[in-house]
Design a protein around this ligand. Structure first.
Ligand code: NAD
Length: 311
């Protein structure tokens, strides 16, 4: 018998409409909300929150710099906030989680990319050029509200990179030492949905069915990421991302087929072909790295540097 353990993570997930944001805030008992998000979606979220909105913060930044968090915490204190709503990609979610870590405020997240951070108890923060990653239930959001309509204008290159970032979450669950029958199911379904959806989104970004598949795939993949230990793929992405300041989703997208081939996954070539067909960077060289940068690193990074078919 194979031994395993599985614990369902306590997050309420709603697929529906941003119009229910106020009702979801009420469910959490929020009456004085800090809204994190850029005007593109933030204005609609503010309208949906109505009188529950106490303050807004628009400067969420990739990799969650601590100085930005400190500025947001001042707003939290000044406005006597009792909960955080974030609408946007992983950068907005990261700031909400960083605030929750320091204040224990409840979080309601409305994701607009496929990053999946809204499902995890993982928080990466940067200070003085160094990224620190921690895993604690204190940062896991209470409620996630997905509205596929918000993703229809996500540009194709961002959609593609973010979708492969989500795929990477599912892939890691396939070789994780602590995978279990539930993550096996989640990873298989997420992989199927994301692989099928991304070419369709590239062909027609307003294809609601494809967008729905991608968002559902991202949800399932994010759940995988929260359940298993992060392995080789994330270690390499964090290592290179931190050392060279690389963009998060694009780094995942470039490395994924190479890590899959290295781990002996039989669909590595399919993922290579999928990535090759999408308008994203296809090599570490395109992300600005040189031979000198990867000297002494594993051989798979040499292949990824040049974007050659993984061996
Ligand atoms: P992002 O949040 O920075 O968004 C990328 C860009 O897309 C931004 O310019 C944003 O304004 C824009 N955008 C977002 N949604 C849009 C929409 N619907 N329409 C048009 N434009 C839109 O990037 P991301 O890839 O979503 O997230 C990356 C961040 O998330 C990184 O900081 C990464 O470390 C973090 N992350 C954390 C976890 C975790 O579990 N802790 C998991 C994945 C990613």
């Amino acid at each position: 018998m194979t031994s395993f353990s599985y614990a369902a993570n306590p997050v309420r997930v709603v697929f529906g409409s941003l119009d229910t944001l106020g009702a979801e805030a009420d469910r959490l008992g929020l009456g004085r909300v800090l809204l994190i998000g850029r005007p593109r979606h933030g204005d609609r979220a503010a309208a949906a929150l109505g009188p529950r909105l106490a303050a807004r913060f628009e400067d969420a930044t990739m990799h969650t710099p601590v100085d930005v968090t400190e500025r947001a915490l001042k707003v939290v204190a000044e406005h006597d906030v009792d909960g955080v709503v974030a609408i946007g990609g992983g950068s907005a979610t990261g700031l909400a989680k960083a605030i929750a870590l320091r204040t224990d405020l409840p979080q309601l997240i409305v994701p607009t990319t496929y990053a999946g951070s809204e499902l995890t108890s993982v928080l990466g923060e940067t200070a003085d050029g160094r990224k620190t990653t921690r895993r604690t239930p204190a940062v896991r959001p209470e409620t996630v509200l997905y509205d596929v309509g918000l993703t229809l204008e996500l540009p194709v290159p961002v959609s593609a990179a973010s979708g492969l970032n989500a795929l990477a979450h599912a892939v890691e669950a396939r070789y994780a030492p602590d995978a279990n029958p539930m993550t096996d199911l989640l990873a298989a379904e997420a992989t199927k949905r994301l692989m099928a959806a991304l070419p369709r989104i590239a062909a027609d970004p307003s294809d609601v069915d494809a967008r729905t598949d991608a968002l559902r795939g991202a949800w399932l993949a994010g759940t995988c990421l929260d359940t298993v230990k992060m392995g080789l793929h994330h270690r390499l992405c964090h290592h290179l991302g931190g050392k060279f300041g690389l963009p998060h989703a694009e780094t995942h997208a470039v490395l994924l087929p190479y890590v899959m081939a290295h781990q002996g996954l039989d669909d590595a070539d399919d993922v290579f072909e999928l990535a090759a067909s999408l308008p994203i960077p296809h090599s570490l060289a395109e992300l600005g790295l040189t031979e000198a940068d990867i000297e002494g690193e594993p051989d798979l990074l040499r292949q990824a540097l040049h974007g050659t078919r993984p061996a």
